[in-house]
Design a protein around this ligand. Structure first.
Ligand code: ADP
Ligand code: MG
Length: 351
């Protein structure tokens, strides 16, 4: 049984197509991260699922039941927004109980559920406090609590962490994953932050210009991207994309035989992808580069290199290098990824 099934969903605002034929299945109890740049249609997709916008085309199923014709409150979907709106004049207890009151639960049942959720979220000591007396993290927890308290079938989180500072954000990522696993509720968590997606997701769905580019585990998107777009969006520092051409059966400027990589029938112009962490600066390397920058990140250095006319980034060096010096570097040929420069498609992608 699928937790959520989206079938051929499309949505336009006026002339602008915002979502273009999206199909996606989320397993029961799965945490799917919907990732993509700002404006690509992430919030619109959540609003369609919650029933806050209407579909132009397509169907939506929750636990095999079609729900796209139902009113929002009949869909058993809970949504948490970036700007979580708590009632400032109500205590934490009343904020948490409010959805239950609306749903018509009796006072005793309300108290019981509020107690359970507060306990789960570490808010038991704060039940009498008002939102203004809470930290950012505690307020975010109340917002999450208010969403889960009605035990929804589907949990939609729209960039719930983007207003928090970096430390708290990293902490809340783990808390959300823990809570989600504990509750076993199918969840879509939206973010534009690839690191957040990699750390939280069972699977990532990468959205760009209203189209799903790739859906897979964090490891699949990082290690086996289907396109230059995925390769560039996932991973930090960004993957190097080296503009290359095939001349006399050799790939220039890397100098490898195209036959060794089955590139004979590839486009004339390619992008060769090489992760910064796959480049090893070492005296015995086959390639030479001129050091352009050297950045200290605590446990390693990130070194900018000029390789012919291509700027490369190498990450992971344990020692610094002086700008202007020539160094040698190497990489394993199995770490090379090939893309059609024009279309961005991965050459030889096996999904
Ligand atoms: P994201 O959440 O990925 O940043 P959105 O789903 O909010 O993206 O928006 C996608 C596109 O749809 C944007 O270009 C935005 O301006 C447009 N859009 C969203 N909602 C509306 C609306 N109600 N009316 C018109 N355009 C909208
Ligand atoms: Mg949004």
């Amino acid at each position: 049984m699928a937790g959520l099934f989206l079938k051929n969903i499309s949505k336009a605002f006026g002339e602008q197509t915002v979502l273009d034929d999206i199909s996606l299945e989320i397993g029961h109890g799965e945490l799917l991260v919907l990732l993509g740049p700002s404006g690509c249609g992430k919030s619109t997709l959540l609003r369609l699922i919650a029933g806050l916008e209407s579909l132009d085309a397509g169907e939506i199923y929750i636990a095999d039941k079609r729900i796209d014709h139902l009113e929002p409150k009949k869909r058993q979907v809970a949504m948490v927004f970036q700007n979580y709106a708590l009632y400032p004049h109500m205590t934490v207890e009343k904020n948490l109980a409010f959805p239950l009151k609306v749903a018509g639960l009796k006072s005793r049942q309300r108290q019981e559920r509020v107690g359970l959720v507060a306990e789960m979220l570490g808010l038991s000591e704060k039940l009498k406090a008002k939102p203004g007396q809470l930290s950012g993290g505690q307020r975010q927890r109340v917002a999450l609590g208010r969403a889960i308290i009605r035990e929804p079938s589907l949990f939609l989180l729209d960039e719930p962490l983007s207003n928090l500072d970096a430390d708290l954000r990293a902490h809340m990522r783990l808390e959300i994953v823990k809570l989600q696993k504990q509750l076993g509720i199918s969840t879509i968590h939206v973010t534009h932050d690839q690191a957040e997606a990699l750390t939280m997701a069972d699977r990532i769905a990468l959205l760009h210009n209203g189209r799903l580019i790739q859906v897979g585990t964090p490891e699949e998107l990082y290690g086996n991207p289907n396109s230059a777009f995925t390769a560039q969006f996932i991973g930090s520092p960004r993957i190097n994309l080296i503009k290359s051409t095939i001349e006399n059966n050799v790939l220039v400027p890397i100098g490898i035989q195209v036959a060794d990589f089955h590139l004979e029938s590839a486009a004339a112009r390619l992008l060769v992808g090489l992760r910064p962490e796959a480049i090893d600066i070492t005296a015995g390397g086959d390639y030479t580069g001129i050091v352009r920058s050297c950045e200290y990140l605590g446990e390693h250095y990130v070194v900018g290199l000029l390789f012919g006319e291509t700027e490369l980034v190498a990450s992971g060096s344990k020692q610094p290098y002086d700008v202007g010096n020539t160094v040698r570097f190497k990489f394993s040929q199995k770490d090379l990824l090939f893309f059609n420069e024009e279309t961005g498609e991965r050459i030889g992608y096996a999904g």
